[in-house]
Design a binder for this molecule. Sequence first.
Ligand SMILES: CC(C)(COP(=O)(O)OP(=O)(O)OC[C@H]1O[C@@H](n2cnc3c(N)ncnc32)[C@H](O)[C@@H]1OP(=O)(O)O)[C@@H](O)C(=O)NCCC(=O)NCCS
Length: 212
Amino acid sequence: MKRCLIVGAGGFGREALAWALAMRQDEWQIAGFLDAAPHALEGKNVHFPILGDPFKWIPGPDEVFIAGIGNPEPRLRVCGALAARGAKFVTVIHPTAVVAMNAELGSGCVVAPMAIVSVNVRLGPFVLVNVASSVGHDATVDEGATISGHCDIMGYAKIGRAAFLGGQACVLPSVTVGESAIVGAGSSVVRNVSPRTTVMGVPAQLLFRHAE
Ligand SMILES: CC(C)(COP(=O)(O)OP(=O)(O)OC[C@H]1O[C@@H](n2cnc3c(N)ncnc32)[C@H](O)[C@@H]1OP(=O)(O)O)[C@@H](O)C(=O)NCCC(=O)NCCS
């Protein structure tokens, strides 16, 4: 059995631990976390150690990893650096999530409790679909995007690389959210969103463009 290390011991890393422990599988066993902050778990009542700093860790052949960072940019940067050194990332799917038989998931995804990944969906590597969100038929979610809890991504929608959808956002059918865009919590995205912009509201409107 392989040792499994969760990359990130913050809020989402601890959630990823809980969802991973609920999985019925015998390929790997949680050994602990990697986090640059050695005291990140203090007072959190989590009985797994922080084993080291992800930027210094040399992945071993008996190790697999879980992407436990909630925000897209640091998730891609930290997990990408480990992957470049040979780390193998596993995908966590909570037993109460529903993943359709022909959905395609890249490595290092996390699909949280009660989430739904529907037919012909493609999730790139390191995608997070958080609690009770649904990704509708034929939608695509590119590498490193975060779909926060209770979102509704409708059919044929496209979510770009490293985009971030706040909680309870919905994206209408066939609408595109550009790379690294941010959608505010509770927003309803009815038109395409440009890359590297923040939008919010119902319907979602441009709040600002990100600095280059
Ligand atoms: C949209 C968002 C990214 C903007 O954050 P920000 O750049 O820090 O902007 P501010 O919080 O200063 O808000 C700017 C304005 O937009 C308003 N606003 C912020 N978020 C909003 C939202 N989701 N819907 C409607 N209005 C919102 C604020 O009230 C404020 O209005 P004002 O200028 O009249 O006071 C942020 O509010 C948000 O929704 N984040 C998502 C959080 C989330 O869901 N996390 C996942 C769970 S961990």
